[in-house]
Design a protein around this ligand. Structure first.
Ligand code: SF4
Length: 343
């Protein structure tokens, strides 16, 4: 472990990029930079970071600013929730701690928008505390260096990564060490084609020794979507230009508050009954559509039913084909209607 630590620090001193936030130990400025760097590229962040600190040079200045001014300074950086949380967190620092970011790790972590990562970055970089940080770059570096073979994103792997990072961080310059780990992930130990020949810790790297660099870290497996068979019924009344289609609202938990045609698992008759409609149901489907949601693949047999009747309410009524364009209907229902009326 000490060898890894020293080699990374020496490499960072020589090869680390000269970035504006690396010239400060002001916890407020470190905080701003860390929040901006979440999900955003370093080159994009630099001018925003500088402008933001010119506009709001202290926690007091940010706390006093109104939200519009803060968001306008953030404008173009995206993920505005980050700016709102930073604003809220800094307001709390001013209200609770007289404008001084707390040195105590628990107090820092209790601030709005400050998770374990941001708290650790502020603690190690600004206060020289031996607090670990784990982000995407650190995850990749540690998974390869220590040959962690479990899936990233599971709670067991997350726990292991934080524990490994916590074992590495104690010693001199914990903030620089954390930044060295992240810098290695950003510059050398990259997701694709890592530059192992320029890496300062090749001798310690277990993945390299075993030729498993490309295999690690192990991505989390996505479960294949569950297949669901549904029957949808396009129940109409009237003919030609007067034709109307019955839609119901809220009977499909999958589609929230949108209007949709009656549907039920594998049974067209049940779909009509559940929707409170009586109609002449065709014996065979007119078509089939497929619809993929995050965890489900829906296979839907589409049936027609005519002379449909039912009582009208806020959640059940017939629409003319023209009116269908004006109400919120689910994508699946759109597909079902297209399969029914095509041609
Ligand atoms: S040797 Fe290669 S895989 Fe190992 S830490 Fe260095 S860059 Fe990453």
């Amino acid at each position: 472990m000490p060898a890894i630590r020293q080699k990374l620090l020496d490499w960072y001193d020589e090869a680390g990029r000269d970035l504006p936030w690396r010239h400060t130990r002001d916890p407020y400025a470190v905080w701003v930079s860390e929040v901006m760097l979440q999900q955003t590229r370093v080159e994009t962040v630099i001018p925003y970071y500088q402008r933001f600190l010119e506009s709001f040079p202290t926690p007091q200045a940010l706390a006093e600013a109104d939200e519009d001014a803060v968001l306008s300074c953030w404008s173009g950086l995206g993920y505005y929730r980050r700016a709102r949380l930073l604003h809220a967190g800094v307001r709390e620092v001013v209200a609770q701690y007289g404008g001084k970011v707390p040195e105590d790790a628990d107090a820092r972590r209790a601030l709005p928008g400050v998770g374990r990562y941001t708290a650790g970055a502020i603690g190690s970089i600004a206060f020289d505390k031996e607090e670990p940080i784990v982000d995407g770059n650190v995850t990749r570096v540690l998974a390869r260096l220590l040959r962690i073979e479990t899936q990233v994103g599971t709670s067991a792997t997350t726990k292991r990564l934080w524990s490994e990072a916590a074992q590495l961080v104690p010693g001199e310059r914990p903030g620089d060490f954390n930044q060295a780990l992240m810098e290695l992930g950003a510059m050398i130990c990259t997701p694709k084609r890592p530059r192992c020949d320029s890496c300062p810790v090749t001798e310690q790297c277990e993945a390299l020794a075993r030729g498993e660099v490309e295999r690690l870290p192990v991505k989390r497996e996505r479960r294949p979507p569950t297949e669901v068979d549904l029957a949808a019924v396009v129940a109409t009344r009237g003919r030609g230009a007067d034709r109307q289609v019955w839609l119901v609202k809220g009977n499909q938990p999958l589609f929230g508050g949108l209007w949709g045609v009656p549907m039920a698992e594998d049974n067209a008759r049940a779909a009509l009954t559940e929707a409170g409609l009586r109609a002449r149901l065709a014996s065979a489907p007119v078509g089939e559509v497929e619809h993929v949601l995050t965890h489900r693949r829906l296979r839907v047999d589409v049936y027609r039913a005519s002379a449909a009747q039912g009582s009208e309410s806020d959640t059940r009524r017939p629409f003319t084909i023209e009116d269908l364009e004006k109400v919120g209907i689910s994508t699946l229902t759109r597909k079902v209607l297209a399969a029914t009326f095509r041609g």
